[in-house]
Design a binder for this molecule. Sequence first.
Ligand SMILES: [Zn+2]
Ligand SMILES: [Zn+2]
Length: 346
Amino acid sequence: MKALVYHGPGRKSFEDKPQPVIQQPTDAIVRITKTTICGTDLHILKGDVPEVTDGRILGHEGVGIIEETGASVANFKKGDHVLISCITSCGKCEYCRKGMYSHCEDGGWVLGHLIDGTQAEYVRIPHADTSLYRIPAGADEEALVMLSDILPTGYECGVLNGKVSPGSTIAIVGAGPIGLAALLTARFYSPAKIIMIDLDENRLQVALKFGATHTINSSKEPALGTLLEMTGNRGVDTAIEAVGIPSTFELCEAIISPGGCIANVGVHGKPATLHLQELWAKNITITTRLVDTVTTPLLLKTVMSEKLDPALLITHRFRLTDILQAYETFSHAEKEKSLKVILNND
Ligand SMILES: [Zn+2]
Ligand SMILES: [Zn+2]
């Protein structure tokens, strides 16, 4: 089969790999019909994730059709349409029993990381019964690719941890796919103000279409001063950090109002300064989290009932065989005006 293979920092190729086979009775083999590229894949290619070794097939998102199941898989059979969760969970360990699938002792984020991933014609999914979701008949499968990772990530790590509530004022720092996913799901709770902050004017325009009430282009105006002006010097009840660099996290510390929540979503590679001398008396909460994908069933229902349209995040479509070109488009987001790219293999 064909697959996108990582060969160390800065090196990847689309090449022939052996088709995956069942290794454990709990495995399923899925024929990928649609997959996508994540910002995390770009981090891996930069060399930021050293656990990913030469020869690894990348990708942790996608939908497909069950090709084969191991002897103990009970919930799925050959031919079923399934959504692949970016988080693999055994359903039995102590963390899984707490609903913290991201820390599963025999899973968590393994696809396209510690085991071969979804940017291929076929993928092996361990613990298939608890790591796959059945796709309802008539669903827009392209839209559901957004539910493998970015929608549950924006919702769980940003909106739920940030305690977004009706009438509140929220700021989302970073209007990439994850920040926009947080925006789409924050709207479930009818916040009064949603302020998006980014450097890329196109992404801010997209945010306005998705329901942001205010935008700040931090390449043109000082984010802190403008935000304080917009909020009558109060700051925000929820600050969602969706970038992953020290300056954006520290901006969240500066704009949080007393009693507020800073919900970190960004993947950080460097320390950020905690300004405790400003924050110690402000009754604030700072949260961090990996996505557990516990909200995937809920999000699936909101998509099916048309309360949420994650297909809005898709800007480009390619054949899986053109994945190298898709990486170019995805990695030059500002120039290409790209958000999520879909790779078709059906
Ligand atoms: Zn991802
Ligand atoms: Zn587990």
